[in-house]
Ligand binder design. Sequence first.
Ligand SMILES: Cc1cc2nc3c(=O)[nH]c(=O)nc-3n(C[C@H](O)[C@H](O)[C@H](O)COP(=O)(O)OP(=O)(O)OC[C@H]3O[C@@H](n4cnc5c(N)ncnc54)[C@H](O)[C@@H]3O)c2cc1C
Length: 430
Amino acid sequence: MSSDPTLSCDVLVCGGGVAGTMAAVAAARHGAKVILVERYGFLGGNATAGAVGQFNSWQTAAGRRIIAGLADEVVDRLRTYGAAGQHEVFVMSNGHRMDRVPYAPEVLKLVLDDMVVDAGVQVLFHANLLGVECRERKVTTVQVLTKSGVLSILPRILIDASGDIDALNRAGVRLLSLDDGETLQPATMMFRFGPMDFVRFGAIPKVHLAALARRGFEQGDLARAALHASPDPFSQDGWFNISRLGIDATDSMSLSRAEIEGRKQAWQAAAYLRAAVPGCENGRLQAFATQVGVRETRRVEGDHVLTVDELLQSRPFGDAIAAGAYPIDIHPSAGGGLVYKTFDADHAYQIPYRSLIPADLDNALAVGRGISATHEALAAIRVMTISMAVGQAGGTAAAMASQETEGMLRLVPIGKLQAALQADGACLGA
Ligand SMILES: Cc1cc2nc3c(=O)[nH]c(=O)nc-3n(C[C@H](O)[C@H](O)[C@H](O)COP(=O)(O)OP(=O)(O)OC[C@H]3O[C@@H](n4cnc5c(N)ncnc54)[C@H](O)[C@@H]3O)c2cc1C
């Protein structure tokens, strides 16, 4: 009987969302041989398949820059394709001010392709994680199911960037659970609607917009009392984030039902937009996201569990590898509302390296929305800007570990890691 084809690498990144792609690029640029495994035929995860459409929170409310590094490069590269809007401060449909860079999700696919190709990352598309084998606190083999059958990959280091922590879950590591009264944040089927008259839509007074959203929710046309859209830089359309699906997206039955329900909610919301919302009269639903966008599923238990108090108190960490300024933004799984806790004007927080290291393994990291943080803390650090910053840090650390510490991630010299990140333009300070 023939055995599975085998590949080996320094760093295997499982999942090509924004966090995983930045991790792969950073690791490759720092000299590691990197394989990136992605279940779809393109990169980006929520940013492309989920069609989120805007990178939020580059700075504090007072305007101090908190996110830079590879995230900046993504935007610069989008701009060369004409596919990113200006960095702007806007008022969210909940009345809070926020900053963003809108982008065209389709073109982000090209940009991420360019970045991995330029960095020399070996990308395996249409590859689903199948199994993970460990020995003595180390991941030894990862199996992926591809069009050509099962491939076995022998990595020195595994970075789980699957969002759902699929790889570390298969490795059997401890995960964090929800506390009493907490539920997973809901998923959302994003949809593109247009053409829109953004001048008229943008001129709707916020109280009027909130009343329109509330009416749509109360009469059952909107699943969420919000009319939240980001402009698509390539068209007169907007990407709407107004459906709500209270599911556990790691449960395949409920995920499947959510795709169907999500499209139904989006269709109904589009009809409401056309009938009731100024600037939307001539629009129609142009596209659904490839899949429902998933805000929260599994979180790994790491050497440090980042808490909401640490974010609120801006706790300094000696092993800080990224920073953020996005507020606590919890979408309840049911009802039309939002729990949104803002910070003081110049407030920011740090993310420690230890929150990337699974407590049970020596040669694995998590990056992106599955890192070691409480449900409330994740509600802040899950946004794409911070996910990219954490991804860059994880990839840089993994390259260092593969070259200097025989893959032992806890032995990476923190000062050297921080210096490398800063030299690469990243911002670590709160
Ligand atoms: C509806 C919605 C609206 C949002 N709005 C904003 C916003 O306005 N601004 C903002 O900045 N952030 C926003 N966010 C948050 C942000 O989009 C995500 O938290 C962020 O994109 C997470 O990135 P990630 O790379 O960690 O994970 P993901 O984007 O989930 O990427 C995971 C990747 O792994 C792949 N993968 C998963 N499992 C496997 C497997 N078993 N085998 C192989 N590949 C696998 C996936 O296909 C995907 O490419 C929003 C999120 C949602 C869902």
